[in-house]
Design a protein around this ligand. Structure first.
Ligand code: PAF
Length: 281
């Protein structure tokens, strides 16, 4: 496995790979890798001749400076995990290498970005689009792999690929969970023991909301009230939003049969740690 920091070096290595007609998979990450990332990497390795994993904490997608400072950084451990998972190249650039000049591009994703994460984290998806399009431009992958935990991000990236007419296939991979159901996240390492215990209630309540007792009998608005009440009843937890949306348009639904793909998306503060999760109903 090669660890590369410079764009020019990466492009040199990739040019040689392309000459030997190897397909190229890209897994963009911000490091602090866990089993969710490793599942993406293993799938990329299985489906491509060359797998590039980028490890870059992208400052332009953080609307909160503290969140950027507190974001966990574990480059040595990341490289060990990636080597074991079979990655070909780890791209670990500096901020200056990725953005020699400030990126002033403004993307417009319409209704897809005006809800949920887009509403609560202004500018976040513009930053995600800046870095992902930049990585696509540098690496020119055949396939790129993203987790369904960031459900809205996935929809935004698909839309960006459409808008920019990019020749890359976006592959979505299911959420990987801890044994007790908590969605794996780099942010979980910031939870203290009490917060970690509380966190399990997020996936538990989402799962229960899909059960026969609740979902079919209650319209989405009542299910939302029920989920929010259950989670807010746990002392450490505070729901920021819970929406039940059409999984294609991300717009809230009024009735279950408004869509064939209802998805419940949630953001919860567990103490000062913000966690997201979702459920396909
Ligand atoms: O999902 C993430 O970790 C990030 O948003 C991504 C896609 C790597 C862009 O920085």
């Amino acid at each position: 496995m090669k660890i590369i920091e410079k764009v020019a070096d990466l492009q040199g290595v990739l040019a040689r790979a392309r000459q030997s007609h190897k397909s190229l998979g890209l897994v963009p990450t911000m490091g602090a890798l866990h089993d969710g990332h490793i599942a993406l990497v293993k799938r990329a390795v299985a489906e491509n001749g060359v797998t590039v994993v980028s490890v870059f904490v992208n400052p332009t997608q953080f609307n909160d400076k503290n969140d950027l400072c507190n974001y966990p950084r574990t480059p040595e451990a990341d490289c060990q995990l990636l080597e074991k998972a079979g990655a070909t190249i780890v791209f670990m650039p500096s901020v200056e290498e990725v953005y020699p000049e400030p990126d002033t591009r403004q993307f417009a994703f319409g209704a897809l970005e005006s809800v949920m994460e887009g509403a609560f984290r202004p500018g976040h998806f513009n930053g995600v689009a800046q870095i992902v399009s930049r990585l696509f431009d540098i690496v020119k992958p055949d396939r790129a792999y993203f987790g369904e935990k960031d459900f809205q991000q996935l929809a935004i990236i698909r839309e960006m690929v459409k808008q920019l007419h990019l020749d890359v296939t976006i592959e979505a991979c299911p959420i990987v969970r801890e044994a007790d159901g908590l969605a794996k996240s780099s942010r979980n390492t910031r939870l203290n023991a009490t917060q970690r215990q509380a966190a399990v209630n997020i996936s538990r309540v989402l799962k229960e909301s899909a059960g026969v007792r609740v979902a079919p009998a209650m319209p989405p608005a009542m299910t939302i009230e029920w989920v929010v009440a259950q989670i807010n009843a746990v002392p450490e937890l505070q729901v920021e939003y819970f929406s039940i949306v059409d999984g294609h348009t991300l717009q809230p639904i009024q009735k279950w049969d408004d869509t064939t793909f209802p998805v419940g998306c949630i953001a919860v503060f567990d103490g000062d740690v913000r966690l997201i999760d979702n459920i396909f109903y």
